[in-house]
Design a protein. Structure first.
Length: 155
């Protein structure tokens, strides 16, 4: 593969995350800010990731193109959200002490975790759509395959 195929741009990630842009250099998602360079880095990584999986340039007429594009969007969005949170979700969880609920994860952390999980699940679906189908055989079913029983052939 001679060059990296571009599946997405910053605008695709901005739309998927419903992020706002200040018109200069800052994107905002869930109240967190990301610089344009960070968004571009997430896009570049996602494009390289998908190119590595596919191993060749494909056109929009190829049935794998749009799942590949969605894979790139999912990867870029996950990276952007993880970078935006900066590890602020570490240790954010809810637990119960008898009837008392102790909440360390507010709606903010829960929303971001749910969004990341959604992108992850979609990424797994798209990887399946892009992958090459393979036929396999089950050794337990070998007795059901017609085989030569001998006779009928002369030397």
């Amino acid at each position: 593969m001679s060059s990296i195929q571009v599946f997405l741009q910053i605008a695709d990630v901005q739309a998927a995350l419903n992020a706002t842009f200040d018109g200069v250099s800052t994107y905002t998602v869930y109240g967190l800010t990301l610089q344009t360079a960070t968004m571009q880095a997430a896009c570049d990584y996602a494009n390289q990731y998908v190119n590595g999986l596919i191993g060749m340039n494909i056109t929009a007429q190829d049935m794998r193109f749009y799942p590949a594009k969605q894979m790139a969007i999912d990867v870029a969005c996950i990276r952007a959200l993880v970078i935006a949170t900066g590890g602020s979700l570490v240790g954010a969880y809810d637990y119960f002490l008898g009837d008392l609920r102790v909440s360390r994860a507010g709606p903010f952390a829960t929303a971001i975790k749910s969004t990341i999980e959604g992108f992850k699940e979609d990424l797994l679906r798209q990887v399946t759509n892009v992958s090459t189908p393979v036929k396999t055989a089950d050794a337990q079913e070998a007795g059901k395959v017609p085989t030569y029983k001998g006779g009928g052939i002369s030397p």
